[in-house]
Design a protein around this ligand. Structure first.
Ligand SMILES: Cc1cc2nc3c(=O)[nH]c(=O)nc-3n(C[C@H](O)[C@H](O)[C@H](O)COP(=O)(O)O)c2cc1C
Length: 181
C-alpha cells in the first residue's frame, strides 16, 4: 500500500546525497553554507550542480566571484553542519562563530577550504540556471583533494561516517559497504 505525501516533502524521497558545506568568497567577505541539494553532472568536463535559495548570501557571493568550493564534512561535524545551515552570513562570520579554519585553496580559486572537512572540490562557475525559488549553480571542478586515510577510489565507509539529511531535524549515516561482483 502506498500513501500520497505533500509536495512540500516530495524532495525527501530522493534527498539522499551526502551533505556538503560550500564556501564562497567575494572581496573581504567569506561564507559557509550547508547544502543537501547537490549532484555530479558530467565526467568530461567534471561538472557538478548545487542548488541555493535566491535569498541566501552564498548565492550573491558565488554570482559575484564566479567560483565556490564544495567541502565534505564527516558526521562528527554535525553541530557545525547545522550551525552553518541555520545562520545567515549576512549577520555573522561563520568561520569564526562555528570555529572552523579557513585554508588556502590548491588551485586558481580565492575561496578558502574548510580545514576540518575531509574532502574538497574547488570549482569555477560555468553556468547559472534559475530553478523556482533556488538557483542551480553549475561548477567545473579544477582541483579535488581528500583525506588519504579515508578514501581509496571510494570513501572507506568502515573508517568514516558521511552525513546525510533526511529532512527536518533528521540525519543519518551509512557505514555498510555493499560491493557487487
Ligand atoms: C541539513 C541542511 C541542508 C540544507 N540544504 C540546503 C540546500 O540544499 N539549499 C539551500 O539553499 N539551503 C539549504 N539549507 C539552508 C541553508 O544552509 C541556510 O539557510 C543558511 O543559513 C544560508 O546561509 P547564507 O545566507 O549565509 O548563505 C540547508 C540547511 C540544513 C541545516
Amino acid at each position: 500500500m502506498k500513501k500520497e505525501i505533500s509536495l512540500a516533502k516530495a524532495n525527501r524521497l530522493i534527498n539522499s546525497g551526502a551533505l556538503i558545506m560550500v564556501t564562497s568568497c567575494y572581496k573581504d567577505k567569506q561564507n559557509i553554507i550547508t547544502l543537501a541539494w547537490n549532484s555530479p553532472l558530467s565526467h568530461n568536463p567534471p561538472l557538478l550542480g548545487i542548488s541555493i535559495a535566491k535569498t541566501h548570501l552564498s548565492s550573491e557571493l558565488i554570482k559575484k566571484s564566479k567560483e565556490f568550493v564544495v567541502n565534505v564534512p564527516s558526521l562528527d561535524l554535525l553541530d557545525k553542519i547545522v550551525f552553518c545551515g541555520t545562520h545567515h552570513g549576512h549577520d555573522i562570520d561563520k568561520f569564526k562563530e562555528a570555529k572552523l579554519t579557513a585554508v588556502k585553496a590548491n588551485r586558481l580559486v580565492n575561496t578558502p577550504l574548510i580545514k576540518e572537512c575531509i574532502g574538497h572540490l574547488e570549482c569555477l562557475l560555468r553556468d547559472v540556471k534559475e530553478a523556482g525559488d533556488h538557483i542551480l549553480f553549475i561548477g567545473e571542478v579544477i582541483s579535488a583533494s581528500v583525506e588519504e586515510s579515508l578514501f581509496n577510489d571510494t570513501w572507506l565507509v568502515d573508517k568514516v561516517k558521511l552525513a546525510f539529511h533526511l529532512g527536518g531535524s533528521d540525519f543519518t549515516s551509512s557505514n555498510e559497504l555493499v560491493r557487487v561482483k
